[in-house]
Design a protein around this ligand. Structure first.
Ligand code: DOR
Length: 425
């Protein structure tokens, strides 16, 4: 099926395309990117993108698709549908499924499911250790051959530094990155919210910033020791930004991501025991939010990822202590991130890079750019369209968002994923 996207403002920071173009897709690839009006007018579907932007399909380095095992929360089908709604066409899927993706059989299962039922590309991230127990390395080489693009015990830290060191040595030999969930479990001590006055007044156990900072420090040191490549997941603290900034200055092989909730919300969002705002790491203070924004501005933070963590309504309806942490993020990430451009933190060009070519480059998936002959993955966005976040209308099974009722600006109106057109208006 051929698709013509006409007269949009095409912006692809990775290939320096920035202007009004037509994009023609046919036969599973982009066959033409021509000045507006010059790509003809014959196609099975024509999308008039006048007044809109066309970006490479967004790439999410960090999502939980929950399949196998937790299909009451999400499936590969619903998770990729949510992705496409949010403008994402490539999704890296974390391994904390059931069974855990710690062997090539599960990786293969996920890829087969994605091919059969997914509506965009899924790139499995394998577990670093068997059953994510932190005791014994998973067969990283075999899983990498099967299709894992990175390894992480996300949801849990790799507690033992020697295991992490060995994993980084493998990572170096095989050329893939490790993605680290930085949390010192003894310091976190079962906490459920940021440690501070609010945790005290709410009578909840707090998680101090140091629980994250210490592990960021450790992993940066281990990357330095081993020469392996480390990507720090979902950073939330001022200390993490500072440690990563200094490590980058020393030339350490480290990259970092944060998520929209860490530069948009503070711990205040959990007031009233709002479990939709329970997430790990927890929402922090205004000082942390400012530091995260500064880290995005000066390039310390490379990537904006969603940490899409859908949970079932009944699970989130439990008392704050017992509710699982996580935010369903795929369908709000772009608009929340676009606010960084309006606030003057970064340029639109940089934002698009942080959500396309940069994450794609970290996991080496050759996506996140628009070029003739390349993958037919793109998103058409109306940067001016305002909308109210209505979780009930999410394609994701996970309705758990602290942004319900927020009026946001900047909405994907259509996505082309793998040469298929998805359109809502
Ligand atoms: O809030 C979170 N939810 N943080 C994690 O690290 C894991 C995730 C999940 O799997 O629900």
């Amino acid at each position: 099926m051929s698709i013509l996207i006409r007269n949009g403002h095409v912006l692809d920071p990775s290939s320096d395309v920035d202007g009004r173009f037509d994009v023609l897709v046919d036969g599973g690839r982009i066959i033409k990117i021509a000045p507006a009006g010059k790509a003809g007018d014959k196609a099975d579907s024509v999308v008039d993108a006048t007044g809109m932007h066309v970006f490479p399909g967004l790439v999410d380095l960090h999502a939980h698709l929950r399949e196998p095992g937790f299909t009451h929360k999400e499936t590969i089908k619903t998770g990729t549908e949510a992705a496409v709604r949010g403008g994402f066409t490539s999704v890296c899927a974390m391994p904390n499924t059931s069974p855990i993706n710690d062997n090539p059989g599960i990786t293969d299962y996920m890829l087969q499911k994605a091919r059969a039922e997914g509506v965009c590309d899924v790139y499995p991230i394998g577990a670093i250790t068997k059953e994510q127990k932190g005791e014994e390395l998973a067969p990283l080489g075999l899983m990498s051959e099967e299709g894992c693009v990175a390894f992480s015990d996300d949801g849990r830290p790799v507690v033992n530094p020697l295991i992490m060191r060995r994993a980084l040595e493998y990572a170096k030999a095989f050329g893939f990155p490790l993605i680290s969930h930085c949390e010192d479990l003894s310091l976190a001590d079962g906490g459920v919210i940021n440690e501070g006055l609010r945790s005290f007044t709410m009578g909840l156990k707090g998680i101090p910033n140091a629980s994250e900072d210490i592990m960021v420090h450790r992993d940066v040191s281990l990357a330095e020791l081993s020469g392996g490549r480390i990507h720090i997941a979902h950073i939330s603290t001022e200390g993490s930004v500072r440690i990563i900034r200094q490590a980058k200055e020393r030339g350490v092989n480290v990259t970092a991501e944060t998520c929209p909730h860490y530069f948009t919300l503070t711990e205040e969002a959990a007031e009233g025991f709002n479990t939709a705002a329970k997430v790990n790491p927890p929402l922090r203070t205004g000082v942390d939010v400012e530091a995260i924004r500064q880290g995005i501005k000066d390039g310390t933070i490379d990537v904006i990822a969603t940490d899409h963590a859908p949970h079932h309504r009944n699970e989130k309806m439990r008392e704050f202590d017992a509710a699982p942490p996580g935010i369903s993020g795929l369908e709000t990430a772009f608009a929340l991130s676009l606010a960084l451009v309006r606030d003057g933190v970064i340029s639109l060009d940089r934002l698009v890079a942080m959500m396309t070519s940069v994450p794609a480059g970290i996991v080496g998936i050759g996506k996140g750019s628009l070029k003739e002959g390349g993958a037919p993955d793109m998103v058409i966005v109306d940067l001016e369209e305002e909308f109210v976040v209505e979780p009930e209308k999410f394609a994701s099974k996970g309705k758990n968002t602290p942004f319900a009722g927020y009026r946001l600006k900047g909405r994907p109106v259509a996505t082309v994923a793998g040469g298929r057109l998805f359109k809502w208006k």
